[in-house]
Design a protein around this ligand. Structure first.
Ligand SMILES: Nc1ncnc2c1ncn2[C@@H]1O[C@H](COP(=O)(O)OP(=O)(O)OP(=O)(O)O)[C@@H](O)[C@H]1O
Length: 328
């Protein structure tokens, strides 16, 4: 069973949680460090699209460095020993935290603003690098001592290179429901939903099915945040509403949201500092594929294309591995 696999260099201590793609264990690395060790399910390794998604998460998590992105220490993108060693968050993800709150899923105002500012900071960084996260939601936010980090790079892609459109129905922007490309503005929409959720205690759009949620995102308008929580800073409330604009061009940037949240916390926002040069442009920029976890099934892999096993053998800098490159 995948759950029993051993990963050289780590001692598995106990399971932390199970997702669709992987089982996550608390593990001790040989250097003594505790990590959250993600090990893909056997099923994930057998399914080409799922395996590539895991490989994508490993590569990008190890590539990005930012105080508000979950840090990756080591990993192997493909093969039977595939894994990803991440910074361990003892309290788990933000969704768990919200579920454990008595009564409404509502945090203290300052705590919510700090988490949101940190997530906006992570998105500002990714967007600066030309990347779109595509899965901003409480399940993918980790909090320790009041500070948040955004995780799960499985669906992340560089816009210059294209990627599969994806998202989670409660947080997905109207253009994605329409089958259009995602963009940095789609991440801002998801962040807008998260702002509503954390600052009002409930999501702006609910539904019992994908279709109900789609209708809500495409046709309804949320109540002003200030009506749901009169304590919310006016500018934050207005920007949250703008972040949920049906038209992506009318949404603010992640950096505008970050600045507004910090100002609401009584701070003077500083510019984000970028140590990392932006990713060099791809030699070829294929159009975004309009498929994904919530879209139509992707086209079958043509014979002869490099599969996960072949890609696992590829050297780090080889042109053979590029999760965003369109396979002909
Ligand atoms: N760095 C971490 N520290 C502590 N717990 C973690 C960490 N990463 C993941 N977990 C826990 O493990 C569980 C599964 O993680 P996650 O949802 O990322 O799995 P996944 O299978 O990769 O995701 P998906 O379901 O989106 O494919 C979650 O409940 C989460 O709380």
């Amino acid at each position: 069973m995948s759950e029993q696999r051993t990963i050289p260099g780590y001692t598995l201590l106990r399971p932390l949680g199970r997702g669709n793609t992987s089982l996550v264990h608390l593990a001790a690395a040989d250097d003594g460090r505790f990590v959250a060790l993600k090990v893909p399910h056997e099923q994930t390794l057998r399914d080409q699209e799922a395996a590539e998604r895991f490989g994508n998460e490993v590569r990008l998590t190890l590539q990005f460095r930012h105080p508000h992105l979950v840090q990756g220490f080591a990993g192997k993108p493909f093969g039977t020993n595939a894994f990803l060693a991440l910074r361990y968050y003892p309290h788990g993800d933000l969704n768990k935290k919200l579920e454990s709150l008595p009564g409404a899923r509502r945090l203290q105002e300052a705590e919510a603003l700090r988490i949101l500012a940190d997530v906006a900071s992570a998105l500002t960084h990714l967007h600066h690098l030309g990347a779109v996260h595509q899965d901003v939601k409480p399940h993918n936010v980790y909090v320790h001592e009041g500070r948040a980090a955004l995780g799960d790079m499985g669906s992340t892609y560089f816009t210059a290179q294209g990627g599969k459109v994806s998202g989670s129905p409660y947080y997905m922007a109207p253009e994605i429901y329409h089958g259009e490309s995602s963009s940095t503005a789609s991440d801002v929409y998801s962040l807008g939903i998260l702002m509503y959720e954390l600052l009002s205690g409930s999501r702006p759009y609910t539904g019992h099915s994908y279709e109900e949620l789609m209708v809500a995102h495409l046709t309804r308008f949320p109540q002003p945040l200030a009506h749901l929580n009169s304590n919310v800073d006016r500018r934050v409330s207005r920007l949250a509403e703008q972040a949920l604009s049906k038209r992506s061009a009318e949404r603010p940037t992640a950096d505008e949201l970050r600045r507004a949240m910090l100002q609401a916390l009584g701070e003077t926002p500083e510019d984000e500092v970028y140590d990392e040069p932006p990713e060099p442009a791809a030699e070829e920029a294929p159009p975004t594929r309009k498929v994904g976890r919530h879209g139509p099934a992707p086209a079958a892999e043509p014979a002869g294309a490099a599969g996960p096993a072949a890609l696992a053998q590829a050297p780090e800098k080889s042109n053979r591995w590029n999760p965003f490159k369109r396979r002909k």
